[in-house]
Design a protein around this ligand. Structure first.
Ligand code: ARG
Length: 272
């Protein structure tokens, strides 16, 4: 009887010990995976952002001192995020529709690409707070400036939008529209100039930047598709500490009036 009791005790203690160890490991794993992305970023000395640098004044290519450089107010915000984390900023430029996959495969740490935090994307990534919220408009050739007076006039139109964007959805909602979706906005601008498409849906600040940089295309003064839902930084799911850190940088940048300055500077730089 007492032998049997001893056997049981040993078994119970063994089970208790194992479950204790498992709980302890599980617990530490949880906290370490939460803080580890910031730790990993700090250990590597850099934060890697993914972007699609075809989006002035947010992010675009510019010759600076004879060198091709990616600039824009998203880049300025990302530099502040890097500064607050005490690391360097590395930029990876790709097509917009490759960004979410790049984040999920950890090819980049964050996405800063004028990305709108919609429901669909929120299933696979987390978002910071919204830092900017523009309207959407239509870029057309100069001669068509007054051709489209209302959304009804767009029926059946050959219309372009960047692949994988909210604007592609807006285009698809236009009755009978023939939608052309491409990876790079710069290619869509060429399609517009070459009369392959007759309109290009863009956030208005971006449409204005392309308008100013090109003599033959202009923002339609009559068409407004409304807001797209603002833009935010995307972060891989389950990294709340990084989301918090980025949100406090965004708060600081807004409170210090830096965001307005970044937008003004980038808009001027895009026009040069
Ligand atoms: N805000 C839109 C979206 O999230 C378009 C963003 C395009 N960004 C870019 N860098 N090309 O779908």
């Amino acid at each position: 009887m007492s032998k049997k009791f001893n056997k049981h005790m040993v078994l119970i203690m063994a089970v208790l010990l194992v479950s204790l160890i498992l709980t302890a490991c599980g617990g530490s794993e949880d906290t370490s995976s939460e803080s580890s992305i910031i730790e990993a970023i700090q250990n590597s000395g850099k934060i890697v952002m993914g972007t699609s640098a075809d989006y002035p004044p947010y992010e675009f290519h510019k010759q600076i001192d004879g060198k091709d450089t990616i600039v824009g107010f998203d880049i300025d915000i990302a530099k502040e995020i890097a500064k607050d984390l005490n690391v360097e900023l590395e930029i990876k430029d790709m097509d917009f529709d490759g960004l979410l996959a790049a984040l999920e495969t950890e090819n980049v740490d964050i996405i800063v690409a004028g990305m709108t935090p919609d429901e669909e994307r929120s299933k696979s990534v987390d978002f910071s707070k919204v830092y900017y919220d523009p309207e959407q408009g239509l870029l057309v050739r100069n001669e068509d400036k007054d051709k489209y007076q209302s959304l009804d006039d767009l029926k059946g139109m050959k219309i372009g939008a960047q692949k994988g964007t909210i604007q592609e959805d807006v285009a698809n909602d236009i009755e009978d529209a023939q939608v052309k979706a491409l990876g790079k906005i710069t290619d869509l601008v060429l399609e517009l100039k070459n009369e392959k498409i007759d309109g290009l849906i863009l956030a208005i600040p971006v449409a204005e930047a392309y308008d100013k940089a090109n003599d033959d295309i202009t923002l339609s003064p009559h068409i407004d598709f409304g807001k797209e839902g603002g833009v935010a930084v995307a972060i891989k799911k389950g990294n709340d500490e990084l989301v918090d850190a980025i949100n406090s940088t965004i708060d600081r940048v807004m409170e210090e009036g830096l965001l307005d300055k970044f937008i003004q500077d980038a808009t001027a730089l895009a026009e040069e």
